[in-house]
Design a protein around this ligand. Structure first.
Ligand code: NAD
Length: 426
């Protein structure tokens, strides 16, 4: 009998994020000469839960939504990972995202395992009331497997501080007391951390600063292209703009704007907020998301969704540094081409780890019942991101592997070591 997930991954298509995660895992495991027993264990999630969520809609109907929570690994501590609301959520996507959380937490050396959740829904066409009822019922369905010591959710695509407040309140109602450490990314007033909202974007800026230093690039001469204008792309672009980088293009789901002389990012995002589109924005030309990825630039930062750089467009990518704000924006099929082209990749499990790092700080603050000033949060975030970046660069140079392989090897090695030390309870 083949072990779960060992054989089937090879049959997956390029655009299946689980295949992207697994093929990189396999490659790193082989280079590490990973113990075959540990290999079989780490290749599988620990637990997967599917829930059916009856939700009262505003027109009086009950809709039943499908939701998932996948807990990939607990070797280093409680599982940690966001909850995503989108029409195209699938179990394979959630599985991949959960595993990426395990590797990400290990790369930045914080004491968490990995998890992820998702609900198949169209949040842009749901009212606040519908979203609240959906969130509360989903939380009640996964209640037994989450908690400050078990699994700590956070925001992801199309979920935000408000959604986290509802999760926290529902969990607390059942616990009969306030349990703010059950989620991170909460509003500051409810126990959220200063700097959490900006943390992923700030972390991206810290690793881009380090990569640019390595290549002798000064911010004012560094042309940056950003895909996505949400929590990661929008805030990342704003912080890079404030640090003096030249942002020449930015997009949202429909399209983007491009100006080779640079875009005033706060102004452009303000326009987007007011008009819900970049259409009609003066001072830059409209560009499609696919053309935006192929613009000549120094730093390309995909910060929207998976599968943006694939075997179909990778030959046309013209950046020096690819900094992955999104999870899984590059498929495994594209990796070799990027390496041949000499693109310096700051892989997702390192680049966008700022969010989970400050989530960890938030959880620590909640458990201490004591709150840190924003300067301290940002300083500790910078320490973590810069030292993790250097760890991966050093590993990559020492073992003569690319940055992504180095990040996976470093992470898998840490999780494997802890798994062995704990022993397999069988
Ligand atoms: P978000 O919902 O705030 O923003 C997503 C942005 O991407 C929006 O501007 C949206 O218009 C755009 N977008 C969505 N689908 C697109 C598509 N198919 N093509 C082009 N643009 C598209 O989400 P976010 O929190 O910014 O997350 C973005 C990515 O970063 C996701 O992959 C997420 O898993 C990852 N991530 C998020 C965090 C976090 O703290 N929020 C942390 C680490 C990683």
């Amino acid at each position: 009998m083949p072990t779960a997930f060992v054989d089937d991954a090879r049959n997956f298509k390029e655009d299946n994020p689980f295949e992207s995660m697994m093929s990189r895992f396999d490659n790193a495991a082989k280079l590490l000469d990973l113990d075959p027993n540990i290999y079989r264990i780490l290749r599988c999630p620990t637990r997967e839960m599917t829930v059916y969520i009856p939700t009262l809609m505003d027109d009086g109907r009950y809709e039943v939504f499908v939701g998932y929570r996948v807990q990939h690994n607990f070797a280093r501590g409680p599982a940690k990972g966001g909850i995503r609301y989108a029409k195209d959520v699938s179990i394979d996507e959630v599985r991949a995202l959960a595993a990426w959380m395990t590797w990400k937490c290990a790369v930045v050396n914080i004491p968490y395992g990995g998890a992820k959740g998702g609900i198949i829904c169209d949040p842009h066409n749901m009212s606040q009331g519908e979203l609240e009822r959906l969130t509360r019922r989903y939380t009640s369905e996964i209640l037994d497997i989450i908690g400050p010591e078990r699994d700590v959710p956070a925001p992801d695509m199309n979920t935000n501080e408000q959604v986290m407040a509802w999760v926290m309140d529902t969990y607390s109602m059942h616990a009969r007391h306030t349990v703010n450490a059950v989620v991170t990314g909460k509003p500051v007033e409810l126990g959220g951390s200063q700097g959490r909202r900006e943390a992923t974007g700030r972390g991206l800026m810290f690793v881009i600063n380090e990569a640019c230093k390595k290549f002798g690039l000064k911010p004012a001469d560094t042309r940056v292209v950003v895909q996505g204008s949400g929590n990661v792309g929008g805030i990342g672009a704003t912080l890079l703009y404030e640090a003096g980088y030249k942002i020449i293009a930015i997009s949202e789901i429909k399209n983007g704007i491009y100006n080779p002389n640079g875009i005033n990012i706060p102004e452009a995002l303000d326009y987007l907020r007011k008009h819900k589109t970049f259409d009609g924005y003066e001072g830059a030309e409209i560009v499609s998301n696919s053309d935006l990825l192929e613009l000549e630039c120094d730093v390309l930062m995909p910060a929207a969704t998976e599968n943006q750089i694939t075997s179909k467009n990778v030959e046309n990518i013209k950046c020096r540094i690819l900094c992955e704000g999104a999870n899984g924006p590059t498929t495994a099929h594209a990796d070799q081409v990027l390496e041949r082209k000499g693109v310096f990749v700051i892989p997702d499990i390192l680049a966008n780890a700022g969010g989970v790092t400050v989530s960890y700080f938030e959880w620590v603050q909640n458990r201490m019942g004591f709150f840190w000033k924003e300067d301290l949060v940002n300083e500790r975030l910078q320490d973590t991101m810069v030292s993790s970046f250097n760890d991966v660069v050093n590993f990559s140079e020492k073992h003569k592997v690319d940055m992504r392989t180095a990040a996976y090897m470093l992470a898998i090695d840490r999780v494997a070591y802890e798994t062995k030390m704990r022993g397999i309870y069988a």
